[in-house]
Design a protein around this ligand. Structure first.
Ligand code: AMP
Length: 217
């Protein structure tokens, strides 16, 4: 089963993807994580994208398609791919169609996590993650444990994303509406689009996504 999680920044794509990795042995392909890794390890590409990401602009299609192409060559046995934060433009969507076709892998569902803008600002403003395992925390809804240790792996290294500030978020949202939201129509026309309420409790969103994945139709 190969799926895309689609939605604006802060909609909960990463959180839901991580749950699917844990429960269904799926592989999360987050272009945002790949780009942050490149930036942190100081590669040439990482240096090139750092400013673009800090502003909340989109990195070029060529770069992110190249990252995904490499990952799709992974032939190990697993429960399928979760595309998280990719595709973000129509050019990326058509490139993904081609890559999947060439790899003989179907795209089973595109799941839109529906949210509203005010909720996104609040979610993103308090967000942090475990630097070791990626567990997501929020200052209000899921504070970091009082003992300073990640609930999942015990690490004491927590991170906040440099682009999780209001100015960058405003730009990321604008990019989403201009360049990514047309993908909703694209996948609707391909009869792949399903929608869940991204503002529901995390467990309920997980349940709604599971119902889609378990639906043989
Ligand atoms: P994310 O972690 O998905 O919110 O991505 C963080 C940043 O990485 C975005 O604001 C973009 O600058 C860049 N990025 C991630 N995925 C893509 C993509 N598919 N296309 C273009 N830029 C991307």
């Amino acid at each position: 089963m190969n799926i895309i999680l689609l939605g604006p920044p802060g909609a909960g794509k990463g959180t839901q993807a991580r749950h699917l990795v844990d429960t269904r042995d799926m592989v999360q392909l987050s272009t945002g994580d790949m780009l942050r890794e490149a930036k942190d390890s100081g590669t040439e590409m990482g240096k090139m994208v750092a400013d673009v990401m800090a502003r909340g602009d989109l990195v070029t299609d060529e770069i992110v398609i190249g990252l995904i192409r490499e990952k799709l060559e992974d032939q190990t046995d697993h429960g399928g791919f979760i595309f998280d934060g990719f595709p973000r433009t129509l050019a990326q969507a058509t490139a993904l169609d081609e890559l999947l076709k060439a790899a003989g892998k179907p795209l089973d569902h595109v799941i839109e996590l529906g949210v509203n803008d005010e909720a996104l600002v609040a979610r993103i403003a308090g967000r942090s993650t475990c630097g070791n395992c990626g567990e997501v925390y929020h200052d209000v809804t899921k504070p970091q444990p009082a003992d300073g240790k990640c609930v999942k792996c015990g690490s004491t290294d927590f991170k906040r994303r440099a682009d999780d500030n209001e100015e960058s978020l405003r730009n990321r949202l604008m990019e989403y509406y201009k360049k990514t939201s047309p993908l909703l129509g694209y996948y609707y026309a391909h009869e792949l689009l399903r929608r869940v309420d991204g503002l529901a409790e995390i467990d309920d969103v997980q349940g709604d996504i599971a119902a889609i994945l378990n639906d043989p139709a």
